[in-house]
Design a protein around this ligand. Sequence first.
Ligand SMILES: [Mg+2]
Length: 285
Amino acid sequence: MPETFTSFFLRCGRERFDAILFDIDGTLSSGVCPLPGARELLLLLEAEHFPYILLTNDSCNSHEEKAAILRGGNIPVTAERIYSCGDVLKYWKKESRYNGELLFQCGKLGNPSYAVQADINVTTDPARLPECKGVIFGEGAYNWQPALEGVFNYFLANPQAPLIVVNPDSYWPSCTHSGMGIGSGAQARFICAVLKDAGIIVEPLYIGKPYPPIYQGIMAELEELLGKKILPERIAMVGDSLASDIKGANANKLCSCLVLSGITTPELAAQASEERRPEMIFSGV
Ligand SMILES: [Mg+2]
């Protein structure tokens, strides 16, 4: 059995890393319950003032909401320790030379909203789609049919407009029932598939893990936080998903650390293709 991330950290992690990024579900928690060692590790990092951030594809909950959910499960986290793919909207805004145009938002982007915090002008009213200059996929519980049909018709008329998908995940453990919920990435790909049937190709811009924007965003954030230039190989990305955490970390040259406490079995880890192969494997945090 491989050692835990904590025992590695205590042995040599302080010298090896400048900061640690943690995935949440399957890494620190299962649902809202802490996984073994997670609480103790976070308390240790706090006590040592060692930089760490919880890097999440959850754009449905603001930092305050996410931290409150985790604290409710006895995972000691404050809002400033959360970095969401929703936070990257502010960098998108800068790079796309966004100029206050109205965008249509499917679903939710937290309260307070990541779009509003990035100063992006959004509406969730499908009747206003003709005024919009693009679409942002949020997530969570919302009335899909009018929104998705509206978006389909919008791209039929505006095939060049941007389609921004904040959370690329296909599915995740549902917060409203005991099974899996269908994620915003799957909804966006569904729209793209229907558009393709209609002869229109729309390439979404994905923001969250494993895509580059969230890693570019968090690296900029860490450099600001630590006040120095950071080498990506000195950042540990600790997560349970080969397709998301490990692939994203490898593509962005971070040190990819797989934990076997979530969705990846040792057999799956052993079969991983090169782009999804973890640099280090731990039994859990
Ligand atoms: Mg996970």
